[in-house]
Design a protein around this ligand. Structure first.
Ligand code: APR
Ligand code: ZN
Length: 250
C-alpha cells in the first residue's frame, strides 16, 4: 500500500487537471447504503418500482420507502475522506469532483467545485401544483414512507435523476468538458454500471489520464487503471492527503 500511495500521490501532485469521480461507495462510511455490491439497496428494493420515473409517477410509495433507508436512518455527515478532498481542493490539488451521489456530502465537507450528475435530494417540487419544498421540510414525512403536498398530490419529486430521465444537461456538459482536460482521475466507490455517468472515467482514460481506483470490491475495468486500491474510500483518501499535504490533518 505504501509504495502505491507514494506513486499515486506523486502523480497527483504533478497533474495539471486532477479530478475525482465518486459513487455511492464514497458515502458508505458516512452510513449511506450503496445501491450495488455488499448489502446494496437494489438487493432489497425493486429498482424498477423505486427508481424509475414512470413508476414514481404511478406510485411514489416504493421510492420513499427506499429513500428512508438512503439518507434518513440518522443525521448523515461527511467522513474524513470527504474532508480530505475538500482540503486538497483548497490547496489547489483538485479541479473538481464529479459525483453520482445525491447526498450533498461533498459540499457539506467544504468542496466547492462539485458536479452532481444525478442531482440532489435537498430540493423537491410538487409535480401537480409546482410548490417547492426542501428536504428538511419533508423529512418527517419520509420517516413515515409517504410524502404528500399541501395540494393533496403524492407526486412531490426530489430534483434527482430517476432512471428514464435525462441528466441535467449543463452539469453533464461541464463534467464532460472537465474529463477532457483531466490528466489524473481517481474513481472512488462506483460500480461504473450506470451511463452516461460511467462514460466520464472512459473519456479521461481515452484522453490519456493516469487513473486510480478506490473500491472495496474488485473487478471494475482493470485495463483502465494504473493503480487499484482494494480498500475503503475514507482510509485511502486520508492517507493520500497526508502524502500530498503532509502531516496529520484534523
Ligand atoms: N469504499 C470504497 N468503495 C466502496 C465502499 C467503501 N467504503 N463501500 C462500497 N464500495 C463500492 C462497492 O463495491 C461498489 O462497487 O462502491 C460501489 C458502489 O456501487 P453502486 O452502489 O453501484 O453506486 P454507483 O456506482 O454510485 O451507482 C451509480 O446507480 O442506482 C443508480 O442513480 C444511482 O447514482 C447511482 C448509480
Ligand atoms: Zn402540490
Amino acid at each position: 500500500m505504501e509504495e502505491k500511495l507514494l506513486s499515486v500521490s506523486s502523480a497527483w501532485k504533478k497533474a495539471n487537471y486532477p479530478l475525482v469521480f465518486t459513487g455511492a461507495g464514497m458515502s458508505a462510511e458516512s452510513g449511506v447504503p450503496t445501491f450495488r455490491g455488499k448489502d446494496g439497496l437494489w438487493d432489497r428494493f425493486d429498482v424498477e418500482k423505486a427508481a424509475y420515473l414512470q413508476s414514481f409517477l404511478e406510485d411514489p410509495g416504493p421510492f420513499w420507502k427506499m429513500a428512508r433507508e438512503l439518507v434518513l436512518k440518522k443525521e448523515v455527515n461527511p467522513h474524513q475522506g470527504h474532508r480530505a478532498l475538500a482540503r486538497l481542493e483548497e490547496e489547489g490539488y483538485l479541479q473538481g469532483i464529479i459525483t453520482q451521489n445525491i447526498d450533498g456530502l461533498h459540499q457539506k465537507a467544504g468542496s466547492k467545485e462539485v458536479y452532481e450528475l444525478h442531482g440532489s435530494l435537498d430540493k423537491l417540487d410538487c409535480l401537480d401544483c409546482q410548490k417547492k419544498y426542501t428536504w428538511e421540510e419533508i423529512s418527517p414525512d419520509v420517516e413515515k414512507g409517504e410524502v404528500n403536498c399541501e395540494c393533496g398530490s403524492r407526486k412531490v419529486k426530489p430534483r434527482i435523476v430517476f432512471f428514464g430521465e435525462n441528466l441535467p444537461r449543463e452539469e453533464l456538459d461541464r463534467a464532460f468538458f472537465a474529463a477532457e482536460q483531466c490528466d489524473f482521475l481517481i474513481v472512488v466507490g462506483s460500480s461504473l454500471e450506470v451511463y452516461p455517468a460511467a462514460s466520464i472515467p472512459q473519456i479521461a482514460w481515452q484522453r490519456g489520464a493516469r487513473m486510480a481506483l478506490i473500491n472495496t470490491e474488485q473487478g471494475f475495468f482493470p485495463e483502465m487503471f494504473d493503480w487499484v486500491f482494494l480498500d475503503s474510500a475514507e482510509r485511502v483518501l486520508v492517507e493520500l492527503e497526508k502524502k500530498i499535504l503532509g502531516g496529520d490533518q484534523k
